[in-house]
Design a binder for this molecule. Structure first.
Ligand SMILES: Cc1cc2nc3c(=O)[nH]c(=O)nc-3n(C[C@H](O)[C@H](O)[C@H](O)COP(=O)(O)OP(=O)(O)OC[C@H]3O[C@@H](n4cnc5c(N)ncnc54)[C@H](O)[C@@H]3O)c2cc1C
Length: 301
């Protein structure tokens, strides 16, 4: 069986490698445009959000993700504690009610906030390079054009959702802007969240984000976006900073950050909607999708 994968962002890379794990021949068609994966902060925050509500099946997905990325290259995943600051007394009370549900992720709780363990971030841009290398090493091929294939799996990200590649799939794609800043002498070594997020990169550099905008998706980095991210940064530190980079991208969102897989007659399969938790969920969801594709192709003979 030959499977064609369309798009080689986080979703396409995971699907292509999972297919190869199952011994399937794979061709990837990618248009070379930088997708969301190139811009993403790669944050691995299993209890993200204001409600201290872990996503469904997040623990199993986290375990799959760690094993998958480390097998590719141990240095891609930076394990780091996440300090989630309290956003007021109400927020803290909300946490106390949910404490039992999020217990597996708690390292410590103090007056400043809760520290999550098992957090970190993935170098998503370098992940794509490493995945590309592994895919080719395993005998995979890239092609500029779509061709004959037994099955086709669309992993086209926000571009595919906006284009409405698949029928009846309303999207909620959101533009996001991120700054890389230098804050001399700060020395913060934890990921900080609560009213935005901040990731220490080393050498006084930090990534900070992110904005959420549902209009003007393709408008790129903006002055208002920069202003809003600088405000997030000032919520974390009053130290002086210098902006060294500013990027924008579009998160592929269908329903919250819940990935969607589906089959459409005449079109093929798809994996999309990875949203803000793509790094955690892509390895598990792509494995499950590949099992389905391979087993249904087998049944059809
Ligand atoms: C500002 C920002 C911050 C983010 N932060 C995080 C984070 O901290 N943690 C996290 O987990 N996620 C984060 N995300 C989300 C994450 O980037 C996505 O979940 C994930 O990268 C989506 O991967 P994808 O493969 O579906 O899409 P993409 O990375 O967009 O890849 C799709 C690829 O398919 C190509 N393509 C589309 N159509 C075709 C076609 N017809 N033919 C050929 N090729 C095609 C596109 O050009 C693109 O290269 C963030 C996103 C943004 C924008």
């Amino acid at each position: 069986m030959l499977v064609e994968v369309i798009g080689f962002g986080l979703a396409g890379a995971c699907v292509a490698l999972r297919l190869q794990e199952r011994g399937v021949e794979v061709r990837v068609v990618d248009d070379g445009k930088p997708g969301s994966t190139v811009v993403a902060a790669g944050l691995v925050n299993p209890v993200a959000g204001r409600n201290f509500e872990p996503s469904r099946d997040v623990r199993a997905a986290w375990e799959d993700a760690l094993a998958f990325y480390q097998d590719l290259d141990e240095s891609l995943w930076h394990a780091m504690p996440i300090k989630r600051r309290w956003l007021g007394e109400k927020d803290r009370k909300k946490f106390e009610k949910k404490r039992g549900v999020v217990d597996w992720w708690i390292d410590e709780v103090d007056d400043e906030g809760v520290t999550w363990k098992r957090g970190g971030w993935l170098e998503t841009r370098r992940f794509l390079e490493v995945a590309r290398g592994r895919f080719v090493e395993n005998g995979g091929a890239f092609s500029d054009e779509s061709g004959e294939a037994g099955e086709r799996i669309w992993c086209a990200g926000a571009a595919g959702l906006v284009r409405e590649d698949f029928a009846e799939l309303p999207h909620r794609c959101a533009k996001g802007e991120i700054l890389t800043v230098r804050v001399p002498g700060w020395g913060e070594e934890r990921i900080l969240t609560g009213g935005g997020w901040l990731i220490p990169l080393g050498d006084d550099l930090y990534r900070v984000g992110a904005t959420y905008d549902w209009d003007g998706l393709e408008t790129g980095p903006s002055a208002s976006g920069r202003e809003r991210v600088e405000k997030i940064l000032r919520g974390f530190t009053s130290l002086r900073f210098e902006v060294v980079d500013h990027v924008a991208g579009v998160r592929p969102i269908i329903h919250r950050s819940e990935p969607v897989t589906r089959f459409q007659e005449g079109k093929g399969w798809m994996l999309n909607g990875l949203g803000s938790k793509g790094v955690i969920f892509a390895p598990a969801v792509s494995r499950d999708l590949v099992e389905k594709v391979v087993s249904e192709a087998g049944q059809r003979g």
